[in-house]
Design a binder for this molecule. Structure first.
Ligand code: SAM
Length: 312
């Protein structure tokens, strides 16, 4: 917020939202607005800022002046003390302030990730490859590794390896006796993964299964390994998630975890106007998990969204 002369300037970064329960016009009243630019659009209680750079440096700055509105302004200011948050829209949630991960804030999160050097190198090598956006983010990998550590997991499965970023993060924290079954159908990306398992000195922990993940999981079950795994991570063909989940639920022991990536699908799951097959499939699977009493669940808005399921 900037204070200048007798005017009060409301500064919002691009994409900032105001809590829907505090529509500015309603809160401040029309008399507060001496000049409300047409570049503002208030919809669903949020101010949608259209990009127009005014006189402020480094921020998208939109100013409107008003007087005699200090008390109301204070209310607004309290709920908008930093522009980098959104507030849950429903009063039933106690007007909880929920962080909105802007690029600047996400940079900050990444600066607070302890990414092992070998993972950084793998990420860098993968960056120039086709599909590099598929790998989990460093903060996601760190969470996966921490879950494995908290569980004291020894036996893990990953469905969808690509060049190995998440599997390497898991293998790095497994004990020497640990075992990770890594399922991937693409030999070329697996070559990169195997190179990094080698470089990191964890090859002996990783059992690479080249082929369709369904076949690999079914053969583990046929091999009598049901109930013997502690942790599984699903990050492959999204429309197959439910099938992977059912097989992994057999393979994981009671108390073990199954983590599913991309459950928010770039936000499309929450958009009723999106009806493409992948979105529908992820949305339906999320709903099924919500109702599935065989597992406890926690949907975590990290990366593209991960749901952590604990087998009960
Ligand atoms: C999102 S990427 C995995 C990213 C990886 N977890 C990481 O963090 O780098 C998905 C991978 O799943 C693989 N995949 C897709 N369908 C598969 C299937 N049916 N069986 C095995 N692998 C599959 C793709 O080849 C791709 O490499």
């Amino acid at each position: 917020m900037l204070m200048a002369n007798s005017s009060i300037n409301l500064v919002l970064h691009q994409g900032s939202m105001l809590p829907p329960e505090l529509p500015v016009a309603a809160l401040l009243g029309p008399s507060c607005f001496h000049s409300l630019s047409s570049t503002w659009a208030i919809s669903n209680g949020a101010i949608n800022v259209s990009p127009q750079r005014l006189n402020c440096s480094a921020t998208w700055c939109y100013c409107f002046s008003f007087r005699k509105c200090r008390r109301k302004w204070k209310l607004l200011e309290r709920s908008c003390s930093t522009s980098e948050f959104v507030v849950a829209s429903d009063k039933n949630y106690g007007n909880k302030q929920v962080v909105n991960l802007t690029p600047r804030l996400y940079d900050y999160v990444l600066k607070n990730v302890r990414e092992p050097e070998i993972l950084r190198q793998l990420r860098q090598e993968t960056a120039s490859m086709r599909g590099s956006q598929m790998q989990v983010s460093p903060d996601q990998a760190q969470l996966l590794a921490m879950l494995v550590q908290i569980l004291g997991a020894e036996r893990c499965i990953e469905v969808g390896v690509y060049t190995g970023y998440s599997s390497l993060a898991i293998a790095l924290v497994l004990p020497e006796s640990g075992h990770l079954v890594a399922c991937e159908r693409d030999a070329k990306s697996l070559d990169v993964a195997k190179k990094y398992y080698q470089l990191a000195g964890v090859s002996h922990k990783v059992d690479v299964k080249l082929g369709l993940a369904m076949d690999s999981l079914e053969s583990l079950i046929l091999n009598g390994e049901a109930g013997s795994y502690d942790f599984a991570f699903i990050d492959a063909e999204k429309r197959m998630n439910e099938k992977y989940f059912e097989l992994l639920l057999q393979l994981v022991r009671v108390g073990g975890l199954i983590v599913i990536d991309n459950v928010l699908w770039h936000g499309k799951v929450a958009d009723p106007l999106v009806h493409d097959p992948k979105t529908i499939s992820i949305r339906n699977f999320n709903q099924k998990l919500m109702e599935d009493e065989r597992v406890n669940i926690s949907m975590v808005p990290i990366g593209d969204g991960m749901t952590i399921c604990r087998k009960g």
